[in-house]
Write a protein that binds this ligand. Structure first.
Ligand code: ADP
Ligand code: MG
Ligand code: MG
Length: 253
């Protein structure tokens, strides 16, 4: 199931400002890709648009998954297609217990009228929590309320392991994690790697990409993909930064 983004232009609805200016990106089934780039250049806008966040409007271009158009589908349909987004800033939801949220999310991706048997849900939850080394009580707490930054990120990965998406998009899942937590998060992602699973990682740091080695890295600057390469691109960025690309984007190299 290939994700294909073609000439995607996106504006912020509220202001009309164009953030994405013709993004082209293909993630074939079974591959892990990463997008790197300086802050404020449209990475989160891209993934939020793919998942259907209402703040953004695509004005041109297409997004397809397995050949099916994504942009005209409601958010829950996108989840049913097998798309998942682990958010850069997970929301706190007082009054909703983490376990109840997970159960509702899992059931929402099941065919109409079906739910996952409780035993199967509990088994999957227990093994995911063990893999991520999460404390038992974290599922009894309200979703993300009072969670540390690292717990919030780990909880996004827990959701991913519960939902077992076909394409997981993880937006700065490594930000604010210490090295041990990052290794655990990487283990969670690698656990799902298979010829039927693909992932898109947004990250600033080559560190995560040492643990989850991507098939391809894309660089986003000023709302466009300005370069593509293999894992070695991350090392080059670590050394030289983005200066080269920022000049290109401004057309004054
Ligand atoms: P990145 O993830 O690469 O750091 P973002 O996609 O979050 O970048 O933001 C790209 C640009 O779009 C920034 O200038 C940001 O201020 C703007 N932007 C994103 N979302 C909104 C929004 N909901 N309202 C107004 N501006 C936004
Ligand atoms: Mg940012
Ligand atoms: Mg972002």
């Amino acid at each position: 199931m290939t994700l294909e983004v073609k000439d995607l232009h996106v504006v912020v609805k509220k202001t009309g400002e164009e953030i994405l200016k013709g993004v082209n990106l293909t993630i074939p089934t079974g591959q892990v890709h990463a997008i790197m780039g300086p802050n404020g250049n449209g990475k989160s806008t891209l993934v939020s648009t793919i998942m259907g966040y209402p703040a953004y409007e695509a004005t041109q271009g297409t997004v397809t998954f397995n050949g099916e158009s994504v942009l005209d589908k409601p958010v829950n349909e996108r989840a049913k297609m097998g798309l998942f987004l682990g958010m850069q800033y997970p929301s706190e939801i007082p009054g909703v217990k983490n376990a109840d949220f997970l159960r509702a999310a899992v059931n929402a991706t099941m065919p109409a009228g079906k739910t996952m048997p409780v035993l199967q849900f509990m088994q999957r939850l227990n093994s995911a929590m063990e893999l991520l080394q999460m404390p038992d009580d974290i599922t009894d707490r309200y979703l993300n309320v009072g969670f540390s930054g690292g717990e919030k990120k780990r909880n996004e990965v827990l959701q991913m392991l519960m939902l077992q998406p076909k394409l997981a998009i993880l937006d700065e899942i490594d930000s604010g994690l210490d090295i041990d937590a990052m290794r655990i998060v990487a283990k969670g992602i690698n656990h799902l790697r298979s010829p039927q699973f693909s992932a898109l990682l947004i990250t600033h740091y080559e560190r995560l990409l040492k643990y989850v080695v991507p098939d391809q890295i894309h660089i986003m600057v000023d709302g466009q993909i300005v370069d593509n390469g293999g894992p070695e691109l991350a090392d080059e960025l670590e050394k030289n930064g983005y200066a080269k690309y920022e000049h290109e984007a401004k057309g004054d190299q």
